[in-house]
Write a protein that binds this ligand. Structure first.
Ligand code: CTP
Ligand code: MG
Length: 264
């Protein structure tokens, strides 16, 4: 499936504020070392490696002191802005920058800093599928594989939920920037409930497309996820998987030093 050439600018917003409470560490999780470099560097290198993306806005915590260590030299199409209390606040701050830089016709990929494994292959499939289906927008997602249980507040099972129509939402989430910004503004009454972009678009009455992620793209949330991500990167480096994450060999030391080979 080829990605049609579209005239509208394409930007990415990468929410990277917060600490990742469930990781339990001192360093905010987006800066934890993965394959020898900060986790967020993997996320950003994948987007930076896609020439069709015109610019990237990263939203950082107000008191972030770690960002300057991520890149030796900041790529010219990478911009930062201050995030907010909830994820949706950070995303909206990023979208405001995209509106400033690229105008209201831009399309945007919103992608969690905490998902370092997304591949350009899946991101391009997402955009091509949305464009081909003429959908309002779409998201990467995976069908639920385990049987799902609903519990009461004492952890007794109350019922079994039919899983055949259920998906786990991931990022990137791909939408026209103006539609997304307006939809988030309207849904913003309960910011803690807007945990992804599609939910705001749904509330605005649209039906975004689900595009199955074929490559591993889990969010780094709990301590064990880092080791799993290392294993995925190592297997990709051995040529056993998609090529995107082959930039940093597991023993790389610091950003800019001893860069691993690129296979794309
Ligand atoms: N994020 C953000 N601004 C916030 C909260 C989160 O930019 N106020 C970013 C995080 O840096 C992360 C992404 O949004 O890259 C996903 O956040 P979320 O869904 O809340 O999950 P985590 O923060 O990863 O999980 P938790 O808070 O449970 O540790
Ligand atoms: Mg969070």
């Amino acid at each position: 499936m080829s990605v049609p050439n579209r005239p509208e600018p394409l930007w990415a917003v990468v929410p990277a504020a917060g600490v990742g409470a469930r990781m339990g560490g001192v360093l905010p999780k987006q800066y934890l070392p993965l394959g020898g470099v900060p986790l967020i560097r993997h996320t950003l290198e994948t987007l930076l490696g896609m020439p069709e993306i015109d610019g990237i806005v990263v939203t950082l915590s107000a008191d972030d002191s770690h960002w300057p260590s991520v890149f030796d030299t900041l790529p010219t199409n990478l911009h930062t802005t201050e995030g907010g209390i909830e994820r949706v606040d950070s995303v909206m701050a990023g979208l405001e920058k995209v509106l400033d830089f690229a105008g209201g016709d831009a399309r945007v990929l919103v992608h969690d800093a905490a998902r370092p494994l997304a591949t350009s292959h899946d991101i391009r499939r997402l955009m091509a599928s949305v464009d081909e289906a003429r959908a309002v927008g779409g998201i990467l997602a995976v069908p639920v594989q385990d049987t799902l249980k609903r519990s009461d507040d004492t952890r007794r099972i109350v019922s079994t939920v039919r899983r055949s129509e259920l998906w786990q939402a991931q990022t990137p989430q791909y939408f026209p920037v103006t539609l997304l910004y307006r939809s988030l503004q309207t849904s913003h009454v309960q910011p803690e409930l807007i945990t992804d972009e599609a939910s705001a678009i749904e509330r605005a009455g649209h039906e975004p497309l689900l595009v199955e992620a074929l490559d591993a793209n889990f969010k780094i949330t709990r301590p064990g996820d880092l080791a799993l991500a290392e294993a995925v990167l190592a297997s990709r480096n051995r040529g056993q998987g998609p090529g995107d994450a082959t930039r940093f060999a597991p023993n790389d030391t610091a950003p800019g030093k001893q860069r691993g080979k690129r296979t794309e």
